[in-house]
Design a protein around this ligand. Structure first.
Ligand SMILES: Nc1ncnc2c1ncn2[C@@H]1O[C@H](COP(=O)(O)OP(=O)(O)O)[C@@H](O)[C@H]1O
Ligand SMILES: [Mg+2]
Length: 366
């Protein structure tokens, strides 16, 4: 087989940036495709193609300039990717994207492959919304089936009166889900090749206004739930026939594990692995892409990852200047800072949730 010297990345955001950083450490070149001249990954990638993800010519140009191609962006259209999968090396293929691009298909697929999900029903208009509410009950969560992220495109319906909140979403196909009053949220990141599946230590995710705020690892002291989550996730990945990287978000309630969603790309909750784990999600993805054997990750020490949104950027810059041991500040170099925009993250290695709450939480915007 041809030696893989250059990885093409569809997307040039912070995930692309961190893939490129790890590729560089392994001596691998990268080229990214992103419409923004100042895309974060462009600062590290060897080449940057300025182009859109839905422009077939631009995506094919990326394939031509690369020995293998991955994506850091979930909404690559199938009609563009599928024809290229036959012509170029895109080892993860389109299937995991296809299975995750529509929340209804995603949950059906999870169920078919043995995972428990919250109850759900398809909603296309007011009549099917009423029928779904009658079946599932309230509270429930209404979500657009496609293109939602960071809590965009969803509404929690708690009472009959809330059904009016649904109107703005109903212009596109939706899904209604049972509201799970979870004890906590957790996610797992896995990387698989033909031989093995490796998975990273599971983190507990705390969201604020629909955006990940903190990831705390390990997710809980009791190993039983985490062992089951890991085993079922690895079985699921194999059963679906996926290779490459896959992240799954779960809700945990009374020891029961509910599948929420998945993404076949590096995951925000896995950023802690750069310093908190013996190998990290970006590095193992690169090793998969260049056909090196995967390494089994181990947690270095309990770790907390804090996402830095626009409102906390200045604080993060100050923390970076303080150069504190075991505190790793990552800033993505985005040219425009806005509240709620992901600008960076800070990883605290050797820290638990209580210590973070006592010593650090007050430094960031509530
Ligand atoms: N069925 C549900 N029950 C309870 N909370 C939910 C449910 N679905 C979503 N949420 C909350 O909203 C957040 C975002 O929803 P998610 O489906 O993960 O969409 P996104 O693509 O925006 O991350 C979840 O992390 C969780 O906190
Ligand atoms: Mg989510």
């Amino acid at each position: 087989m041809k030696k893989i010297e250059t990885i093409g990345i569809i997307g040039g955001g912070q995930l692309g940036l961190m893939i490129a950083e790890q590729a560089r450490l392994l001596g691998v070149r990268t080229v990214c495709l992103d419409p923004a001249e100042d895309a974060p990954a462009a600062a590290v990638c060897d080449e940057h193609i300025v182009g859109r993800f839905d422009d077939p010519e631009a995506v094919e140009e990326l394939c031509r300039r690369s020995d293998t191609v991955t994506y850091e962006f979930e909404n690559v259209p199938g009609d563009i990717l599928v024809p290229l999968c036959g012509k170029y090396d895109i080892p993860q293929g389109y299937k995991p994207l296809y299975d995750s691009q529509d929340r209804l298909r995603e949950k059906r697929n999870a169920r078919e492959h043995g995972l428990r999900t919250p109850r759900f029903a398809a909603v296309d208009d007011e009549a099917s919304l009423r029928a779904a509410v009658a079946e599932i009950g309230l509270p429930a969560v209404l979500k657009t089936r496609t293109l939602g992220y960071d809590g965009h495109g969803q509404a929690v319906l708690r009472s009959e009166a809330d059904l009016a909140k649904a109107a703005p979403l109903l212009g596109v196909p939706c899904i209604l889900e049972e509201f799970v009053p979870f004890d906590y949220e957790a996610s797992i990141v896995m990387v698989a090749d033909r031989e093995r599946v490796v998975s990273f230590p599971i983190g507990r995710n705390i969201h604020r206004e629909g955006i990940l705020d903190l990831c705390i690892v390990p997710a809980e002291p009791d190993a039983d739930v985490l062992d089951r989550m890991r085993a079922q996730s690895e079985r699921f990945m194999r059963s679906c026939g996926y290779e490459g990287i896959l992240a799954i978000e779960y809700f945990v309630r009374d020891g029961e594990i509910y599948f929420n969603e998945m993404a076949p790309r590096p995951h925000n909750s896995g950023h802690y692995t750069i310093e908190g784990s013996t190998t990290n999600q970006f590095r193992e993805l690169v090793r998969y892409l260049v056909r090196q054997p995967l390494e089994e990750p181990r947690l270095v020490a309990p770790t907390v990852m804090k996402n830095i949104l626009g409102q906390d950027l200045e604080t993060a810059q100050r923390v970076a200047a303080e150069q504190i041991e075991n505190v790793y500040v990552h800033l993505y170099g985005k040219s425009e800072s806005r509240p709620k925009r992901k600008m960076g993250h800070i990883t605290f290695v050797g820290m638990d949730a209580e210590t973070y709450a006592r010593d650090w939480a007050a430094r960031f915007v509530e």
